[in-house]
Ligand binder design. Structure first.
Ligand SMILES: CC(C)(COP(=O)(O)OP(=O)(O)OC[C@H]1O[C@@H](n2cnc3c(N)ncnc32)[C@H](O)[C@@H]1OP(=O)(O)O)[C@@H](O)C(=O)NCCC(=O)NCCS
Length: 146
């Protein structure tokens, strides 16, 4: 099996990232969101490729000592192979280099799989953000100290 390569995301990756987003999330981000995230400062956006095909991505932003993961997803056919773990490890390494001391994120209250993934990484649930998602579902805010 080909190696997984993780790189900073660029504008040319957005079409594939957006296609994957639509398959992975019930309320996907609009393509324009990805375009503006790629163009903005203070962002750390990654793609994971295998055999040249994008199989996962992580979009994050950081300010001062906090990093916030906006998005992470792995193609259904490539899950449970450590791809998301590799994306988070790369992001964490970068965060530490920047002097970041904590990483936060929101996850749907019903998304047990992602919550198990974050717990595996050492994240802890901090509080509930009620009605956070467009369909009214609440978010669990999770945090990890570095
Ligand atoms: C959550 C997600 C990103 C995990 O990606 P992944 O590449 O499959 O995760 P990894 O293989 O790196 O998992 C590392 C560890 O996390 C835990 N984990 C990951 N997915 C899990 C699941 N579905 N159930 C239980 N534990 C899980 C396991 O401990 C796993 O190690 P193991 O496979 O050796 O047991 C992926 O399921 C996904 O894209 N889901 C849809 C999009 C989504 O919900 N994103 C998060 C939004 S907040």
């Amino acid at each position: 099996m080909d190696l997984v390569i993780i790189e900073r995301a660029v504008a040319a990756d957005i079409r594939a990232v957006y296609a994957l987003e639509q398959r992975c999330f019930p309320s996907p981000w609009r393509k324009e969101f990805f375009e503006s995230e790629i163009a903005n400062d203070g962002r750390y956006n990654l793609v994971a490729r295998r055999g040249g095909v994008i199989i996962g991505y992580l979009f994050a932003m950081w300010f001062a000592d906090e990093m916030h993961v906006n998005k992470i997803a792995v193609d259904a056919g490539a899950r449970r192979q450590g791809v998301a773990l590799a994306l988070m490890q790369r992001c964490t390494g970068f965060a530490i280099e920047q002097g970041v001391t904590s990483i936060s994120l929101e996850v749907r209250q019903s998304n047990d799989e992602a919550q198990r993934f974050y717990t595996f990484l050492g994240f802890e649930a901090e509080y509930i953000r009620k009605g956070y998602y467009p369909d009214g579902e609440s978010a669990v805010v999770m945090m990890k100290e570095l």
